[in-house]
Design a protein around this ligand. Sequence first.
Ligand SMILES: Cc1cc2nc3c(=O)[nH]c(=O)nc-3n(C[C@H](O)[C@H](O)[C@H](O)COP(=O)(O)OP(=O)(O)OC[C@H]3O[C@@H](n4cnc5c(N)ncnc54)[C@H](O)[C@@H]3O)c2cc1C
Ligand code: SF4
Length: 514
Amino acid sequence: MSANHYDVIIIGSGAGGGTLALKLAPSGKRILILERGGHLPREKQNWDTTEVFVNNRYVSKDTWYDNDQKPFQPGSHYFVGGATKMYGAALFRLREKDFTAHRTADGITPDWPISYAELEPYYTQAERLYNVHGQRGDDPTDPPASAPYQFPPVSHEPRIQELTDNLKRAGYHPAFAPTGILLNEADAPNSKCIRCDTCDGFPCLVHAKADAEVIAVRPALQYPNVTLLTNAQVQKLETNASGNEITKVIVERDGQREEFSGDIVVVSCGAANSARLLLMSANDKHPRGLANGSDMVGRNYMFHNAIALVALSRRENTTVFQKTLSVNDFYFGAPDYEFPMGNIQMIGKSKGPMFQADAPKFAPGFTLDQMARHAVDFWLTGEDLPLPQNRVTLNSQNEIQLHYEFTNLEPINRLRKKLQSMLEHLDLHPHLIPNNLYLGKHIPVAGVGHQSGTCRFGNDPKSSVLDVNCKAHEVGNLYVVDTSFFPSIGAVNPSLTAIANALRVGDHLLGRLK
Ligand SMILES: Cc1cc2nc3c(=O)[nH]c(=O)nc-3n(C[C@H](O)[C@H](O)[C@H](O)COP(=O)(O)OP(=O)(O)OC[C@H]3O[C@@H](n4cnc5c(N)ncnc54)[C@H](O)[C@@H]3O)c2cc1C
Ligand code: SF4
């Protein structure tokens, strides 16, 4: 067998791919991780707001194209650990109902081919692996769980505790946000996490965020049978003559072409790039793109209806680590609105430079830093629907064209009004200011952080790309384990579901590799 042959090749080392590598590592099987990026450099700029949010130091140089063929720079991050290097580590489970078809304002969401109960044990494993801190039962929409969180919730700082108390008094159910950081509040001197104000949207300089590099890829590399190649961008997957097995993985590494083969090939490049790779791998047997007989590869792209909002408080908000509170009272609707509205959570504490684009218009007379000091920062997430016409296609240069029409905007706008009316009574300025920079850029589609859905899994090969084990219906040794598999996106952050699913697929693969 050639030295370039592996039992398993995993393409992409983020939430899905990185987690799967760790799950498979103890099997002793030869595993190759191919990662397009390098290790995110550890440098002081990791925690520099202007470098990270204004100069986009860690954002890829990719150009994608929108509905009107206008170029934009997507907020994608190509590093070992993928987008989790920058994520806010809010690690929520989808709600039980998210797995079954239900009505939303703009249509019915599809059923998942697995139930919440089938994924539940893997959610528990995922929470343990990613050090999730939380408290069961304080959120009435929490789905049933087979075990408590291993770590206590990250405590609220006084301003957020006050907000929590006030919300409770007003009859709402604020809950601790489940968070994956390596924080030990009971033993602060020995805690890896120092509870700083540059977490959400920043890389962690001290490697204390539970990202896929720290939690999964580095530990996987402790096993002698696991190899990581960085700066190794997969260009194409080739198949045998009948098209039912991948025979070659073509890679460009540091400008050189290399070839690898694997008994099993797992694509986990992030939803848009996984679709891109399959589309670029078209051949005679797969003329529309690899595993794309259904014509579903690239379709049903979702990325949430998200709004970052700032409420200005008369008093200064001295909170350091703000992302500790979540409100799901309107997740499934409200007495005055029958459709799901979504989730409210805090985001990282804003800082002056983040307001460069918006502040003068919304808060004349305030300096940017003044605004940031008085800001209480919220993140609203609503569900967008999987539409076949919302899709990734490629232009003649194989660059991503992202066609996206917004859906379900009424619920998120209502959620925004709900938040506004909640806050009016809480010493917060009633005007909520959008913080567009947090979303990535001014073109909304550039905020690709929550991208998902481009290779949905399902039972019917005519309407899905992957089967229930996330194996391509049409190719015997091809799997996809990033957020592409989502048939619908729900209204909580996607990573924990991608991680749990990677663990589930890992169990299936361990059985197959025996
Ligand atoms: C600023 C920000 C904040 C976020 N906050 C949260 C949060 O609080 N909670 C949450 O749940 N989610 C959050 N997310 C989203 C979360 O990071 C993603 O949902 C998650 O990382 C997706 O995992 P994935 O495996 O699908 O893709 P990724 O983690 O993006 O991994 C894909 C990997 O594939 C590599 N790759 C791409 N193409 C190729 C190729 N051709 N060859 C080789 N390698 C390739 C990429 O470099 C990357 O490393 C946030 C995202 C951002 C950007
Ligand atoms: S809060 Fe903790 S995990 Fe987050 S960046 Fe700071 S030290 Fe790292």
